[in-house]
Ligand binder design. Structure first.
Ligand code: G3I
Length: 300
């Protein structure tokens, strides 16, 4: 029986400067979800391709499941994601520039109408890695080098006036020079009042072997922008002992940083993670040592 849990209801509203520890929901909500996590991000169901796989026919049913679960538990909900080069609908590529712009505008508006109480929105995902096929239709690089990103945030600000708008990318925590490029985009958005938080994904390929020193170098660069940082997609691999050692060494570097306001993990149940070996809960319900440690560390 799980007597101590990671979830603290007060954290859900981010009261008293506390931080949330979230996870993803893919389809139905696992019965153990609320035992561990107090913030919700849909794994795939709020991606454009998932919602509007065929043009003008939006299907929100799986996304609604995650949203309604979050709302009924008082957990912050993050919309992931509006503009991203992967998982854009296939039909967008063939359209004229004018139609592409009209379609993405309509998609962003529809998302805001559907989830007006989303706490966070990943507005642009992976701008340093996976640019959308339609980026020239929405401003291209332009004079700032990132006009399409600025345009996307302007649309998101109108569509989600109550949400905190985030940028999100991977490979940052282990790469100070990529972090510099990220900061450049972030500062362009910040000077226009368009961004509220920085997402860093922190998947296993960045986390498993990164040094604490490099992590701190990157976190300092990001926190110098003055914006809050959210670890958005954490996962760490390894056999039980290796994974435990990695969590013990690296999780506190993220969690204790004063600029880091929340950590979201990307899956936790064996057989249901995008990358084998990152799970924390075995499929038979037993907790891996890293999860046991995490609960003890957070005193929950
Ligand atoms: O739903 C279909 C199913 O009907 C079909 O039979 C099957 C056959 O391939 O595919 C299923 O869709 C898959 C989908 O996950 C749902 O399981 C897609 O092929 C697969 O590509 C998709 O992968 C997702 C991936 O994003 C796509 O880029 C992963 O689940 C998801 O965890 C992953 O998440 C991303 C974040 O959004 C952004 N950061 C990186 C992260 C990990 O790659």
């Amino acid at each position: 029986l799980l007597s101590s849990v990671l979830v603290n209801q007060a954290d859900a509203g981010l009261a008293n400067g506390s931080k949330f520890l979230g996870n993803i929901i893919a389809g139905s909500v696992p019965p153990s979800y609320g035992t561990y996590w107090n913030q919700v991000t849909p794994e795939n169901s709020t991606k454009w391709e998932s919602v509007e796989g065929s043009r003008n026919n939006m299907n929100w049913s799986q996304a609604d499941t995650a949203y309604n679960y979050a709302r009924s538990n008082g957990f912050p909900f993050k919309f992931h994601t509006l503009v991203w080069g992967a998982q854009e609908p296939g039909w967008v590529k063939g359209l004229s520039a004018a139609d592409q712009k009209a379609e993405v505008t309509q998609w962003i508006k529809a998302a805001g109408q559907r989830y007006p109480n989303a706490a966070f929105v990943d507005v642009v995902n992976e701008p340093l890695h996976q640019k959308p096929s339609y980026r020239n239709a929405i401003g291209g690089d332009g004079s700032t080098g990132w006009d399409w990103v600025i345009w996307s945030f302007q649309q998101a600000r109108q569509a989600f006036p109550n949400a905190k708008l985030h940028i999100n990318d991977y490979g940052i925590i282990n790469d100070p020079s990529l972090a510099d490029q990220y900061v450049n985009i972030i500062n362009q958005l910040k000077s226009r009042g368009l961004i509220d938080g920085i997402g860093i994904q922190c998947h296993h390929f960045s986390m498993d072997n990164v040094s604490v020193n490099t992590m701190n170098t990157v976190l300092n660069k990001l926190s110098a922008t003055g914006l809050p940082i959210y670890v958005s997609e954490l996962d760490i691999t390894g056999d039980d002992n290796t994974q435990l050692a990695r969590y013990k060494e690296k999780f506190p570097v993220l969690w204790q940083n004063p600029s880091v306001k929340g950590v979201t993990l990307w899956g936790y149940i064996q057989g249901q993670t995008w990358k084998d070996g990152t799970h924390l809960l075995n499929s038979n319900g037993t907790e891996r040592p890293a999860l046991q440690w995490l609960r003890q560390y957070l005193k929950r």
